[in-house]
Design a protein around this ligand. Structure first.
Ligand code: SF4
Ligand code: SF4
Length: 343
């Protein structure tokens, strides 16, 4: 397909050279301060893309963060090679990335366990969930002794929100499709294809509800609509990457392996439980994915800095955070790339 979009060609080349790294801020993360600060840190750390909640305020926060990175770059002796792409993610009903926890106060026994495990500090002292912070990871529900935590799926008017996001500078979009409902997936995929006509569109899939055969059939059908502009983000266990172990990342690599062996010529990214070990393990397993997307782990390693009050004014804090983020980005890209000059 020939398209008159230079940014598409640049992104295609990043995939070809296997130098792609995406920071996942979280499809459900609407904490504007966190998103802005993460965008600054990871832009300076050299990421190719920021993955955001499909919410115009979140997109604007990320843009501010990127602008700040450009302001700081000369002072820090850094050069931002390629302006990071902005991607927004939407999810189908039931997909964990887009749900929000809610606590039934009539059932809650106020044990405090959920507050302790919440990585987003989304649960208040009086046990209510701050929706804008909740990323739907499910950790609170797992520790709740009284079954007081359920989920809401926020219904959003994507037909209007997504074109607005595109107008504001979002270049690629992603559908989280952890559902067995093929019809619903196709409906939303058509919507994304209507809005993004000259750049990549991504589908994020894992195998929790699909057999390998179903997974591949679905990808084939979606590929029939999008063709070579398609990314498959092969998820392992979503939001499980807080630990830095091989086991959390193994499922992502297995899922990517299944997709790559299908021979469908899509771009394949590793995600869901990804961490500092991902690139290396993929290479050891002979899974030549095009890049890596990291969320929980990437946010966790800089969380200390991002939550500091004087983050915006203290250049030393910024420097430390960038150097930690940079290690994660570089180690993954080097391992994935492994000296490839494009294939
Ligand atoms: S533990 Fe996860 S699901 Fe529960 S409130 Fe925190 S972010 Fe939301
Ligand atoms: S873990 Fe469950 S019972 Fe304990 S405070 Fe949280 S919601 Fe209430």
């Amino acid at each position: 397909m020939s398209m008159n979009n230079e940014r598409y060609d640049i992104l295609k080349n990043i995939f070809r050279e296997k130098k792609f790294f995406k920071l996942v801020c979280g499809a459900g993360n609407e904490d504007l301060t966190e998103v802005r600060r993460l965008a600054t840190i990871y832009t300076l750390a050299g990421v190719s893309m920021h993955d955001l909640s499909a919410n115009i305020d979140v997109v604007e926060a990320a843009k501010k963060g990127i602008e700040r990175a450009y302001e700081l770059a000369p002072m820090l002796g850094k050069k931002i090679e390629i302006r990071p792409y902005l991607n927004v993610s939407i999810g189908l009903k039931g997909d964990p990335h887009v749900r929000k926890a809610t606590i039934d106060r009539n059932v809650c026994v106020e044990c405090g366990e959920c507050v302790k495990v919440c990585r987003q500090n989304a649960i208040t002292e009086d046990y209510s969930v701050m929706e804008f912070k909740c990323i739907g990871c499910g950790d609170c529900e797992k520790v709740c002794p009284s079954d007081a935590i359920k989920y809401l799926h926020k219904l959003a008017d994507f037909e209007n929100i997504l074109p607005e996001c595109a107008k504001s500078g979002v270049e690629t979009m992603e559908l989280h499709a952890v559902t067995a409902d093929d019809g619903a997936v196709m409906h939303d995929w058509m919507l994304l294809n209507k809005i993004i006509t000259d750049n990549f569109i991504s589908v994020c899939l894992d195998r929790s509800l699909l057999s390998n055969r179903h997974l591949i059939e679905r990808i084939k059908r979606l590929y029939g609509i999008t063709g070579g502009r398609m990314i498959v983000q092969a998820d392992g266990v979503p939001m499980s990457g807080e630990g830095d172990d091989y086991n959390t990342t193994l499922q992502a690599i297995a899922c990517a392996d299944v997709v790559m062996k299908s021979g469908i010529p899509v771009i394949v990214l590793l995600s869901g439980g990804t961490n500092s070990k991902t690139g290396l393990l993929a290479r050891q397993c002979g899974v030549n994915a095009h890049g890596v997307a990291i969320g929980s782990f990437a946010r966790k390693i800089v969380k200390r800095y991002v939550t500091m009050e004087d983050f915006d004014s203290n250049i030393d804090i910024m420097k430390e955070a960038i150097s930690i983020a940079e290690q994660l980005v570089i180690s993954n890209i080097e391992a994935i790339n492994g000296g490839h000059q494009g294939k």
